[in-house]
Write a protein that binds this ligand. Structure first.
Ligand code: HEM
Length: 494
């Protein structure tokens, strides 16, 4: 146990140690007291709560969960527990009891019962960093009302108009970061691309704007702190994340002020970018979003909108490199599209014609999803799978449970995009974007930027992984431990 505690505190940085130990002692006492009271109460519940283990006091099974994820073996955490306790089991994660449910039934149950039996729920340190106006933490009618505003930008009709802008950023990115190079750090380069798309489409900040780099670095710090032990002291990752958020807010404030002026003067339209949409779209009661809400949500979008896609694209490059027959098929598809276009810019319909390329991305999302689980909280005691899930407990879906289940994906470790041909896997089994009212807002956006990028990359470049066995660590997203070094070569004859 001591080793585990040291490992946990290691993340907090040495300066946070003394305070952390003192806090831990107080918390242990309180939790022991609370747990024994809780356990007495739970003993009387029929049907009983799902079987499982609450793990260590305070920490529960958090370390076991995080450790398997860091080793990129998240599925193992679930496999051993499902074998021991069955499909629905209890664990204790991030300081709270949590019930893990399986696919497809459990996923469907949680997604369909949002706002009835369960509600979207993030750990309180995450809520604190995201800000109280963040779309991701809103619930119920307020979430619905709020989400409708974003949908005007993120739905296919809204996104269509931005395809030329995404293509221009892709071509500019290739010229700056790929042309004339023999090797690149794949992950960093892809992050540069997805952040360039996000900063431009969300806030019209171009990569030659002096604020671009500060915004990018602050977003990375923010991401690094979001799922960490909440110690707001120098040296702690959470603290760095909080500082990153403060920097983001300061810059976004200046951008909001500029944009309001442009909108007033008529030099910007209400559809210029996401920021313009947020500043001009009224909700059902005719109310415009407050500046504080705009800040929280620009922060959310910059962070949610780029690391997920860059991580996925880095994995796509890996899987296509390791599966040359799939790469050949992707290239063939893109050549046909390029031939039909005859030099004209890509449009929305082209991105939706890229069927096999999208299947290759889906297969990548199956094997290495950037977001593996999210939590819901029980709004009342309810029954599921023959057990009681008590009010206040967390219940969570995880795609690590179903994405590699041979029942749904025969020979699951094999990269085989054709699995997604036709109707693909059964509903609620392949869930890289979650589901229900909180399903990923940016899934069409992510698909569009990935299709445009892959179109140009596979037609113009060859790449080779310097280390095809480079290990991956998931913390909180899957990342190549050495950044995915790639040898690249420009193709001469298209
Ligand atoms: C490959 C790329 C992406 C993946 C795999 C992904 C995955 C996810 C997942 C699993 C969720 C949680 C859903 C749930 O709890 O049921 C989520 C939520 C969300 N995602 Fe994505 N995401 C991606 C890209 C993006 C992009 C590009 C954006 C653009 C801004 C974005 C914005 C959001 C937002 C705002 C939410 C919260 C939605 C809400 O609570 O209403 N995501 N995403």
């Amino acid at each position: 146990m001591m080793e585990e505690v040291h490992e946990l505190l290691g993340q907090a940085g040495h300066t946070g140690w003394a305070v952390a130990w003192a806090l831990a002692a107080v918390v242990v006492g309180l939790v022991f007291w609370k747990c024994s009271a809780g356990a007495r109460k739970l003993r009387g519940i029929t049907p009983p709560v799902p079987p499982g283990s609450m793990g260590w006091p305070v920490l529960g099974e958090t370390l076991a969960y995080l450790n398997t994820k860091r080793a990129n073996e998240g599925a193992q955490f679930f496999k051993t527990r499902v074998a021991k306790y069955g499909e629905t089991f209890t664990t204790h994660l991030l300081f709270e009891p949590a019930v893990s449910v399986g696919a497809p039934d459990g996923n469907k149950f949680l997604f369909a019962n949002e706002n009835k039996l369960v509600q979207n729920s993030w750990p309180s340190p995450v809520v604190k960093l995201l800000g109280k106006h963040s779309l991701a933490i809103k619930v119920g009618d307020e979430h619905k009302k709020f989400r409708r505003i974003f949908t005007t930008f993120f739905n296919p009709d809204g996104l269509q108009t931005f395809v030329p802008r995404i293509e221009a950023i892709t071509l500019d990115h290739m010229a700056k970061h790929w042309e004339g190079k023999d090797t690149i750090r794949g992950l960093a380069t892809l992050k540069e691309f997805t952040f360039a798309v996000a900063a431009d489409l969300f806030a019209s900040v171009k990569d030659n704007d002096p604020r671009f780099r500060t915004l990018h670095n602050a977003t990375e710090d923010f991401l690094g702190g979001i799922l960490q032990i909440p110690i707001d002291l120098p040296g702690a990752a959470y603290h760095k994340g909080r500082l990153g958020r403060d920097t983001l807010y300061t810059i976004v404030e200046t951008i909001i002020a500029e944009r309001k002026q442009e909108l007033e003067q008529g030099t910007a339209t209400s559809r210029k970018d996401l920021l313009s949409v947020l500043l001009t779209t009224r909700d059902e009661e005719g109310v415009i979003m407050s500046d504080d809400a705009v800040k929280d949500n620009m922060n959310l979008m910059l962070f949610a909108g780029h690391d997920t896609s860059s991580t996925t694209m880095s994995m796509v490059l890996k899987y296509l490199y390791l599966n040359p027959e799939c790469l050949t098929e992707v290239i063939q598809e893109q050549r046909e599209i390029a031939k039909d276009k005859d030099g004209a810019p890509l449009d929305w319909n082209d991105t939706r014609k890229m069927k096999y390329t999208w299947q290759a991305v889906q297969e990548t999302l199956r094997l290495q999803p950037p977001v593996t689980a999210t939590f819901r909280v029980a709004l009342q005691d309810f029954q599921y799978g023959g057990y009681t899930i008590p009010k206040g407990w967390k219940a969570f879906w995880s795609n690590e449970r179903s994405h590699c289940d041979p029942k749904y994906f025969p020979n699951p470790e094999k990269f085989n995009p054709s699995r997604f041909e036709g109707s693909g896997p059964p509903p609620y089994v392949f869930v890289p974007f979650g589901g229900g009212p909180h399903m990923c807002l940016g899934n069409e956006f992510a698909r569009t930027e990935m299709m445009v990028f892959l179109h140009h990359i596979v037609l113009n470049f060859e790449w080779k992984m310097v280390d095809p066995d480079e290990p991956i660590s998931v913390d909180p997203m899957p990342l190549f431990k050495r950044g995915l070094e790639l040898q690249i070569r420009k193709k001469q004859n298209l």
